[in-house]
Design a protein around this ligand. Structure first.
Ligand SMILES: [Zn+2]
Length: 271
């Protein structure tokens, strides 16, 4: 790691996702990421994505990508967009996902510390609903992503097991009834806090996150051939080790703030 903070803030993502699916961004979103917009335009020949699958692993730092490339199983390879971003401060889960899906900094979206409470400002989910998009949010009921964006006119599938969460996401892909599916996986984060960021146990969960994404991507390739689909492997923040073989995040440091999202376009197959 070179120790330099990534230039573009995570707040540039939300409006770019809206651009990708052809809807107006939420009220407080920062200007969209030009890299993601250009990628979408090139991949879909100027058309929009009519399906979006966002896979949100928790705490998968950019430095993990750099240190363990084989564990990422080709993610970010040819055809994918690697999008380096700088997450919000403090670099904790509800703060960062708040910024990811509102496009606003914490002082604006209202979660400025580790606090799982409802975000009341306009969000990506509200923007989708206004545009008539059908949205499914698949998460753990006690994790931030199962809490902070409740009370929208979207469908929530909340399960206390990563296996059930990913199985439901796969089922929803097969049914093909949602325009936007957001899937949260917190298993790497949960284990790295207890055993350290590079313990065998934590790296196994990292691999599980990558496998889950690749599995869902294969389902998309199989079941959504009639759609322009954008997939995202999009974490909230990074992580670092602290004393006592434990991992942490939340600080103003490169390890916690630098994240690397990967986007993959699957254009509609021509008849
Ligand atoms: Zn997190």
């Amino acid at each position: 790691m070179n120790g330099v903070l990534n230039e573009h803030s995570l707040d540039t993502l939300c409006a770019a996702l809206c651009y990708a699916i052809g809807i107006e961004p939420p009220a407080h979103a920062a200007a969209p990421s030009p890299e993601l917009m250009a990628y979408v335009d090139a991949a879909f020949g100027g058309k929009k994505a009519d399906r979006l699958l966002m896979f949100n692993p928790d705490a998968v730092a950019e430095w993990l990508f750099e240190k363990y490339p084989p564990f990422f199983g080709g993610l970010g390879g040819e055809g994918d967009l690697k999008l380096p971003l700088r997450t919000a401060m403090p670099s904790v889960t509800p703060v960062c996902f708040g910024t990811m899906y509102t496009g606003a900094q914490p002082a604006v979206h209202g979660i400025t510390k580790y606090e799982k409470r409802l975000i009341e400002i306009d969000s990506f989910f509200d923007a989708c609903v206004r545009a008539g998009k059908k949205v499914a949010l698949v998460s753990h009921p006690r994790c931030s992503m199962g809490v902070i964006f409740l009370e929208r006119e979207i469908d929530y599938f909340l399960y206390p097991s990563w296996e059930k969460i990913n199985a439901k996401a796969a089922e929803l892909i097969v049914k093909d009834e949602y325009d936007v599916i957001v899937v949260y996986n917190g298993n790497y984060d949960g284990v790295m806090h207890k055993t350290g960021t590079e313990s065998c146990e934590a790296l196994a969960e990292l691999r599980a996150n990558v496998h889950a994404f690749k599995w869902l991507d294969e389902m998309v390739a199989e079941c959504w051939q009639g759609h322009n689909t954008l997939l995202g492997f999009a974490m909230d923040h990074g992580c670092h080790d602290i004393d006592g073989d434990a991992g942490s995040h939340g600080l103003d440091m490169v390890e916690d703030l630098n994240i690397l999202h990967v986007y993959r376009a699957r254009p509609k197959e021509t008849e």
